[in-house]
Design a protein around this ligand. Structure first.
Ligand SMILES: [Zn+2]
Length: 460
């Protein structure tokens, strides 16, 4: 009997990895990095329950690090099979994985320099050459084309509307008995700009569904008014608006809204700095794959122009970034990382946080244990590069820009099923939202729902 083993994102939001074991085949769906709390990050160093060399293939739902960032480690440990993903996911992985490797190497270097690792010398989880090897194993496949990847196993990618290239994976074990497993990846949202609505799925025997915001309702669409208000207030105070955002996915949406607010004269045309070489590269992929975006983006004009504010400046070199950090002129600065755990945004935060006139705006999920979570929770000071920085700036957050469906949207999507799956497993959520969503699904849909623990093996 086939089994699924939950090797990550099990009652937590990161580290997505699901091992499907059947007959002679072992397929790993998603290969994500654990992020956030140290006890979670430490899991990246523990061996999987399966030898890397014994995994026949990997299938990726999308390129976010918590779904793809363990791949170079798996390759370094001996995985040599193919990695199936959409072309958009392959493009974004080419940006994200080498960057992640450089960060891992930088962390190890810092640990060695300051002697704060218990391992001597501290080693990176993986290196840039590991990331490039992983990229060479990518096997892009278009949306909506079921393809047999092994005898008896067919996979198909279906647009999930969560990120460029993001997909549900419909896997069919041709049997007998035939089994259809739908790996939901991360679920996008309805009626939002830039990305399309998540595709409706009529049926599956086994369903894996995320639950990041299983306890929340995103604020109703306000046509960007909350963002407009924050921009106007900050600029009126002569301050800077710092937006920590993921380089891939989030920044495009923030830029889209800034441009839209400028066009309707609801915010002044202030300098907007995109301080993220990766975000600049990612924008090109959005341009190339315009046909996979929201229908609103396909009116014949260039996609990129939808993201270009009047005074947009791309900051590429570290020197330019330093000059920008030193300047105190009113402006909007978009920089990564999105949870303020690293990257160029830390320099901007160090400069901006001690001054009341500035605002720091969070637009995405802030995992437990991250600096972003401390700030939105009202920390009076945060440690950056070993120094305590007082928090005097305003801290704002806008949840309406989230790329994850809220509880009502998840239930709306589940409502598209014409019959209940035999088994629904909730994944990719912290315990409280996950348990609440489980209760809602049981109450409203009367489905059988499980919330597997880490390393739990479930017969399917
Ligand atoms: Zn994601």
């Amino acid at each position: 009997m086939p089994t699924l083993t939950f090797l990550g994102a099990a009652r937590t939001v990161t580290g997505s990895k699901y091992l499907l074991d059947f007959g002679d085949h072992r397929l790993l769906v998603d290969c994500g990095l654990f992020q956030g709390l140290k006890e979670l990050r430490d899991l990246n160093w523990q061996p999987l329950t399966v030898e890397a060399a014994a995994v026949n293939a990997v299938v990726l739902t999308h390129a976010h690090l918590d779904h793809s960032g363990y791949l170079p480690r798996l390759v370094a440990q001996g995985f040599s099979g193919r990695v199936f993903c959409t072309p958009g996911t392959a493009d974004l992985c080419r940006l994200i994985l080498p960057d992640s490797a450089r960060l891992q190497e930088e962390d190890a270097r810092l640990a060695n320099r300051h002697g704060y690792s218990k391992h001597a010398p501290a080693l990176p989880l993986y290196t840039e050459p590991d990331a490039f090897r992983a990229l060479s194993q990518l096997q892009p496949m278009g949306f909506d084309r079921p393809i047999q990847v092994f005898p008896g196993v067919e996979i198909e990618f279906i647009n999930a509307g969560h990120l460029l290239g993001s997909a549900f994976i419909r896997m069919t074990l041709t049997g007998p008995p035939a089994r259809r497993i739908l790996f939901g990846g991360d679920l996008g949202r309805y009626n939002r700009p830039v990305l399309p609505d998540p595709s409706s799925i009529p049926e599956a025997d086994v369903l894996l569904c995320e639950s990041t915001y299983g306890d929340r309702t995103h604020p109703p669409d306000d046509d960007g008014e909350a963002l407009a208000q924050i921009v106007r207030d900050t600029i009126n105070r002569g301050g800077r608006l710092i937006v920590p955002a993921f380089a891939v996915g989030r920044m495009e949406e923030v830029l889209y809204w800034l441009r839209r607010l400028e066009d309707s004269e609801r915010i002044p045309k202030v300098p907007v700095f995109l301080d993220s070489p990766m975000a600049i590269d990612a924008l090109k992929f959005y341009e190339e794959r315009g046909n996979e975006l929201d229908p609103d983006m396909r009116d014949g004009t260039k996609v990129v122009s939808r993201f270009a504010t009047a005074r947009l400046r791309a900051v590429t070199s570290p020197q330019q970034s330093k000059e920008l950090t030193a300047s105190q002129n009113p402006a909007i600065v978009l920089s990564s990382s999105g949870m303020a755990t690293g990257g160029r945004v830390l320099h901007h935060l160090k400069q901006a946080l001690p001054h009341e006139k500035n605002t720091v705006l969070f637009v995405g999920f802030q995992a437990e244990g991250t600096r972003g979570r401390s700030l939105v929770n009202g920390a009076a000071e945060v440690k950056i590069h070993g120094e305590w920085v007082p928090v005097k700036a305003r801290i704002a957050r806008i949840d309406s820009m989230s790329a994850h469906a809220d509880a009502a949207e998840i239930l709306q999507w589940l409502g598209g099923f014409t019959r209940p799956p035999d088994l629904t497993c909730l994944v990719h959520g912290e315990p409280a939202p996950m348990d609440l969503l489980k209760a809602s699904i049981e109450r409203q849909l009367h489905w059988t729902v499980r919330t597997p623990a880490l390393r739990e093996q479930v017969p399917i």
